[in-house]
Design a protein around this ligand. Sequence first.
Ligand SMILES: [Zn+2]
Ligand SMILES: [Zn+2]
Length: 570
Amino acid sequence: MLHSTPRQLPCWLKFVAPVAEQVRVTFLGGLGEIGRNCAAIEQDGRIVVVDAGLMFPEPNMYGVDLILPDFRWLIERRDKIDGIVLTHGHEDHTGALRYLVKDVNVPIYGSPLTVGFAKHRLSEAKVSADLTFIEVDDHERRRIGPFEVEFIPVTHSVPSAHALAFHTKAGVIVHSGDFKLDLTPIDGRRTDVSRLAQLGDEGVALLLCDSTNAEEPGFTASESSVGATLRRLFLERANRRMVVACFSSHIHRVQQIVDIALEQNRKICLMGRSMEANAKLARKLNLLHVDKADFVDVENIDRYEPGEVCVICTGAQGEPMAALSKLSRGDNRFLKVGPEDTIILSSHPIPGNEWSVGRVIDDLTRTGTEVIHSGKEAVHASGHARQGELRTFHQLLRPRNFIPVHGEYRHMIHHAALAESMGLERSHILVCEDGDQVEVSEKGIRRAGQIPAGFHYIDGGAGDLDERPLEERRMLAEFGVLMISAGIDGERGEIVHEVSVTARGWFEGEGDRSVQLTITNEVRSALTEALREGERSAEVLNRVAQRCAGRLLGQRFRRQPVLLPAIVVF
Ligand SMILES: [Zn+2]
Ligand SMILES: [Zn+2]
């Protein structure tokens, strides 16, 4: 009966039957971490990519500037890719484009603001490739490769964000993008819940949905509620100079700060390169409303009394090179902050940034400045849906299958449980991780394989960086290094260049110097002994030295530096 198993199908049948109605989704990043979002949706051998984001390194990733998705799977299939669709302009969705487009030059779709942000970053990175950008309108439906792709407006912390509906052979696949259900957004552009409900009525085969706040009960505060808090804080401090730090892409936050400052007849001073560039772009696109005459350059800020200016700057995440950090260190030539100033961090630290944010707050406080942050006042609202909004989203779409995306593992688990509580059967929910592939069909969803999807580290100076050198950097940082060198005359079997022990990140003071001396003497004896026994191999002699030093250090300190023996046999 062998011939009846699927593997034994006649070859012509393999090319016809079951694959026709299947659509495959491949997750390249963003499932298991906040960052480097990237997915591929595939039908009939053609692929459309959703987002190409980056992730920022953790503090112990020494020398790593950025982390990208592993794009090899996409690059190998570059001829099959019909487009890259960007949900919105945040770095965790667009920041890796500059690396991907070097190998995959296909049209890039997104809202005018999303495309504008992406283009700006590509030009900053001096990417010279001749790229095609296609700006899409809200509600637009476009043919991209094998799919009709619909761009559905959603509210988020950057304007002009989209959820995507892919009309596929297996039914409609909805990708939420990053979203919240803000009913009072600053620009009045609400999440298009009526279209989502319509899609729900027509039938949604698969929902991929933002899980960032899936652990949080209730509803995320509206962006406009932040404005109310900021207004009160400004009113209470009419004579003080107000400095507000926020994400430069958060145009609606910037708009609210601008409006409040202008109500108090303050001039606006933008600080930070990306703040200036993004405000310029948003004004051009009519998304930020402020007259040029209302701005003042930082060089001229001294001409105004503290109560006459408002600074809006970058650096709310504690980035060491950003405007706020420079203020905290007194590094800005034209503006020194002190007891006359109030600084508001209109943000919440991204996981991993808490330490740097705390340090900036501390340094600012040391200057006598008043510092207000989200731990004290409601000066920030998240851009991601909490449980109440997620339930609403699920209820509107009533998907047949669901995969949580955009989150750390626990966020996705909570989101899966939420979907189950909404009545979806467990067999129709998959918790996936980076590298997982899933097939969607009329019948349901199933895991369909895995691709390599590890972290791709970028070290600004050295380019690509693998896990091993990174691990070595961690070891060096944590344990220091000890080098043992000596020169051996191979013929005579004698040490001719004296044993020398040098260390970094180790040994300090007299006590340690005696240990250093002991190691030198012991290694000399061990080498002499080995030479007397006739050993001449450099490899073996290096091992002898390493073992000897390692044993001594272990006894003395119960831990060891990285040992680098350099015994040369002439
Ligand atoms: Zn986002
Ligand atoms: Zn995101």
